[in-house]
Design a protein around this ligand. Structure first.
Ligand code: SR1
Ligand code: MG
Length: 411
């Protein structure tokens, strides 16, 4: 079937033709996507409540429009990545029910019983199983798709399958554009003076971003999710599912933990500007920082165990190599976390955690706090030894934790 863009009516017809719904089904189709890139439909049979999620690409970036064309191959890549992740962490990703590369669509199980984690976190929801689940997701997918486990030729073939057209978006939006007054940046007018007088003059940060960009471009270590923020995770009290794998490619292992940690730090710092009571904010901030500590601790533990139990390459069993690899991965995780915090503050795509703060000056205060914290993490990333030390730095910058911080250099 030749590609044509689907709307709500033709999406329902497509699913009937593909045999996913009976001909007599009474379908309701709702566009539920709040992502930047693709269309997402929830399709339900009113007779019995059965529903699926259909993700579909248009040949351009959804949030910008036809002026920003983008290859349809991204859906093939998304479905391939989901299928590979399903082999390593079957309980932690949505099941693929149907896919059609030509039509640039993938149909998945409907996980409507769960909530996008970012939305839950902004309502102070806690997820008691999350640290365990997400550390397993990262430790298994990142290890079992790397050269630490796969025979070299198999790993090279994997890299070839994931020539992802979306990488260019990450390269520009994370590592380049936030470091100058780029037209595509989305700058809170109240933050602009700080960007112009302070942030965009920091050539040392621009240099660190370039080092990270080079790693992102060249370090094909394993199959990464590529956009592992809390908006790409569904969660509830007992389950976690990672979705939205459209940015997957063979890249640096530290990128996924970095983006996740960066987004959790943003959530933590954003709370300072919100309307909750002081007690609510302090309690949730402690929960977020404890989660970061636990996630990274469990991730390292599980990654090391996978390595000890499953790596067959003698060169990787040489004493000291595993420690060397994990030290580097930790420093890079912090670098990517800081870069993510920066780009979500005044780059093209923001986080609702911060942008739901309506008062622009109050939002600016939070944004400056994020930028200053990111700067400290970025510049010190090679000297931190453990996540506890980083968490302590971030904790000191959060006002709701009861610790005052300097307001100089505001703008
Ligand atoms: C134009 S795409 C902007 C951002 O949305 C996605 O979630 C990725 O993070 C991307 O960088
Ligand atoms: Mg996404």
């Amino acid at each position: 079937m030749a590609y044509h863009p689907l709307d709500q009516r033709s999406a329902a017809q497509y699913l009937k033709r593909a045999g996913l719904f009976p001909k007599a089904a009474a379908m309701t189709v709702t566009e539920i996507g709040d992502g930047n890139i693709n269309m997402v439909f929830r399709v339900q049979d009113k007779h019995n409540g059965h529903s699926v999620i259909l993700k579909h690409a248009f040949p351009y970036v959804r949030c910008v429009g036809e002026s920003w064309p983008l290859s349809l191959d991204r859906i093939r890549i998304e479905a391939d990545a989901l299928e590979i992740q399903d082999r390593h962490v079957p309980a932690l990703v949505p099941k693929v029910l149907h896919r059609n590369n030509e039509m640039a669509l993938v149909v998945m199980e409907d996980l409507g019983r769960m909530e996008v984690m970012r939305k839950g976190m902004n309502k102070l929801r806690k997820y008691p199983r999350f640290a365990d689940h997400i550390s397993t997701f990262m430790a298994n997918v990142l290890f079992f798709t790397s050269d630490l486990f796969l025979p070299a030729r198999e790993k090279k073939a994997l890299s070839g399958r994931f020539d992802n057209p979306l990488c260019g978006i990450t390269e520009d939006l994370i590592f380049t554009e936030p470091y100058f007054d780029c037209a595509r940046n989305n700058v809170n007018p109240a933050l602009r003076p700080y960007c112009e007088r302070v942030f965009w003059r920091k050539s040392n940060l621009r240099l660190e971003a370039s080092k990270l960009k080079e790693k992102f471009l060249t370090q094909g270590q394993c199959l990464i999710h590529g956009d592992l923020h809390t908006g790409s995770i569904l969660a509830n009290a007992t389950e976690t599912k990672v979705f939205d794998t459209e940015f997957a490619f063979v890249g640096p292992a530290a990128f996924d933990p970095g983006l996740l940690v960066g987004n959790l730090f943003i959530n933590f710092l954003a709370l300072d500007g919100k309307e909750f009571t002081q007690a609510q904010k302090s309690s949730y901030q402690r929960y977020v920082l404890e989660s970061v500590r636990e996630i990274y601790h469990l991730f390292e533990l599980k990654f090391r165990k996978n390595w000890d139990d499953h790596s067959k390459e003698p060169a990787f069993a040489v004493a000291g190599f595993q420690d060397y690899y994990l030290r580097q991965m930790f420093a890079d995780t912090l670098g990517f976390a800081a870069a993510e915090m920066i780009r979500r503050t005044h780059g093209l795509a923001h986080n609702i955690d911060v942008d739901e703060i309506q008062d622009l000056e109050r939002r600016r205060d939070v944004q400056v706090s994020i930028l200053e914290t990111a700067e400290e993490i970025m510049l010190r990333r090679g000297r931190f030894r453990r996540m506890d030390e980083v968490v302590a730095v971030v904790g000191h910058r959060g006002r709701s934790t009861g610790i005052k911080r300097s307001r100089k250099s505001r703008n």
